[in-house]
Design a protein around this ligand. Structure first.
Ligand code: NDP
Length: 489
């Protein structure tokens, strides 16, 4: 039985600093439940002086607790215990489902196992990476020695609060760093429980700290702090640019930026079974209500199968049912808030004003009160400069463009701003390989759309979609800096 009453859930109040809950800070902000718009609670925002304290605690903890200097296998063992506690915990699923867009069924069966497994992946990295011995002139020994940065500042968005936290904390902690994490102010609760469980697993106090608050106050204080030696961020391209500039002005610290996307789903006539392809396209733009950086929101389909595929998609779109995230039968996510719903509506209306046609959806589900459940939407005849093609909407809206030749399809697939992911659907291997080469994107999926449980595959974008990678060995390596050593003997 996964369903629960959201009014009966005890919410962790405030921040988690040095292994303790803290409720102090500056002004208060309230947190809403996306499913019904009710206020879940109020939290004090971490102002600059509280962020300062959290970072100093982290800096002291990483030096004095032995976290950076302990045998790496010991770090790995603590992270593995943490992953086990995450999987066994009964509160995490409630906290995540209550205040985010994630239905409790998905949280329990996907989000939490995925979070735990990401931590386990990085636990294994802890003692399996070394530096390098470099070929130098005779009578010298050249080495490259990896070291943790010290304190890493992590900033996460609201769309997948727990798994985003694991992608940032797993590699940073495994590499021997301390972390100060600011979750989105829209989804603050589950991350506190996540940090409590790390402490229970044996992570020294102060090595993982959570500060709550807005990007403007708490996030920017974190980025600017001189003891934060690296920043890892996931969110919009606009905020990513701001963080990069702030990081440059406050100590020239490296950044990992996992940003927005406007990813194409390129479907050729020879893609195979239409129903199967339609299922992939559908999941690609409706998962989490379209609120995923990797959402495949541009269908670019070859003329020969366009009508059949669109008909199938329309039928599938009309089968969705809204339901509050605390009901175990709900599978379809609400939009995070009124602001996000307004954005989806504006972009859809702009596309229609420019001659676009709504094939299905285009509005909220009726009778969902203050829960912003948006109907899966298909837009055709969308002009290339429409915001529905140009902008990351972050809602379940798919624009449809039809092409004739392979070259034309590849041109449409490229995006002037983003290069996060692409889906290529064809049974022709040569064509698939040409498309992989031809599309500028950090990830290309062929005959599938979306991540697997293969944590070894990194994720990250080209162009406006970001810098650096989350997941994979690359994320672990990016949490270390490398010291060059030359010894004469
Ligand atoms: P943002 O990029 O604004 O926020 C992401 C995180 O960064 C949040 O924790 C936010 O804080 C924080 N933040 C904001 N400004 C700063 C700053 N100056 N310094 C440090 N941290 C900061 O995304 P939003 O939540 O506002 O969503 C807006 C749009 O971004 C969406 O419509 C969507 O298009 C896109 N987006 C993309 C995501 C992705 O995965 N690529 C994820 C989320 C959003 P807070 O929000 O708490 O104030």
């Amino acid at each position: 039985m996964l369903s629960f009453n959201p009014d009966n859930v005890a919410l962790p109040q405030g921040h988690y600093i040095n292994g303790e809950h803290r409720t102090d800070g500056g002004s208060f902000f309230s947190v809403s439940r996306p499913s019904d718009g009710h206020t879940a609670g109020e939290l004090a925002e971490a102002n600059a002086s509280l962020v300062d304290e959290a970072v100093e605690v982290a800096d002291r903890a990483v030096k004095e607790s032995g976290w950076a200097s302990c045998p790496p296998r010991q770090r790995g063992a603590i992270l593995r215990r943490w992953a086990d506690l995450i999987e066994a915990d009964t509160q995490l699923a409630l906290l995540e489902a209550l205040a985010s867009t994630r239905p409790v069924y998905d949280v329990k069966h996907h989000e939490i196992p995925f979070t735990a497994e990401a931590i386990r992946f990085y636990a294994e990295c802890a003692d399996k990476y070394s530096g390098d011995l470099l070929p130098t002139r005779d009578a010298s020994l050249g080495m490259l020695i990896p070291e943790p940065y010290g304190v890493i500042g992590a900033i996460t968005p609201w769309n997948f609060p727990l798994s985003m936290a694991s992608w940032k904390c797993g590699p940073a902690l495994a590499a021997g760093n301390a972390v100060v994490l600011k979750p989105s102010e829209l989804t603050p609760y589950s991350t506190v429980r996540f940090a409590e469980l790390a402490r229970q697993a044996g992570l020294p106090a102060g090595v993982l700290n959570i500060v709550q608050g807005s990007g403007a106050v708490t996030g920017s204080a974190l980025v600017a702090h001189p003891l934060v030696r690296k920043v890892s961020f996931t969110g919009s391209t606009q905020t990513g640019a701001r963080i990069m500039s702030d990081a440059a002005h406050h100590g020239m610290k490296p950044v990992t930026l996992e940003l927005g996307g406007k990813s194409p789903q390129l479907v050729f006539d020879d893609a195979g079974d239409i129903a199967e392809v339609a299922g992939r396209i559908l999941r690609g733009f409706t998962a989490n209500g379209g609120q995923a950086c990797v959402a495949g929101t541009r269908l670019i389909v070859q003329r020969g199968i366009a009508d059949a595929l669109i008909d199938k998609l329309i039928a599938l779109c009309q089968g969705f049912k809204p339901g509050v995230t605390w009901d175990e039968n709900s599978r379809y996510a609400p939009l995070i808030d009124r602001r996000q719903a307004a954005k989806v509506q504006q972009v859809t209306e702009a596309a229609v004003r420019q001659g676009g046609e709504i094939l299905t959806g285009g509005k909220r589900f009726e009778n969902t009160g203050e829960g912003y459940f948006w109907q899966p939407t298909l837009l055709s005849n969308v002009v290339a400069n429409s915001p529905a093609i140009q902008e990351e909407i972050f809602g379940p809206v798919l624009s449809v463009q039809v092409f004739d030749s392979e070259e034309e399809g590849l041109v449409l697939a490229s995006h002037p701003t983003y290069g996060l992911c692409a889906g290529v659907h064809t049974k022709n291997l040569d064509r698939a390989l040409r498309a992989i080469r031809g599309i500028a994107a950090g990830t290309v999926w062929v005959n599938r759309y979306g991540r697997s449980g293969d944590f070894i595959i990194p994720t990250g974008g080209f162009h406006g979609s970001g810098i650096g990678k989350d997941l994979g060995r690359q994320a672990f390596e990016a949490c270390q800096r490398y010291k060059s050593v030359l010894i004469d003997f």
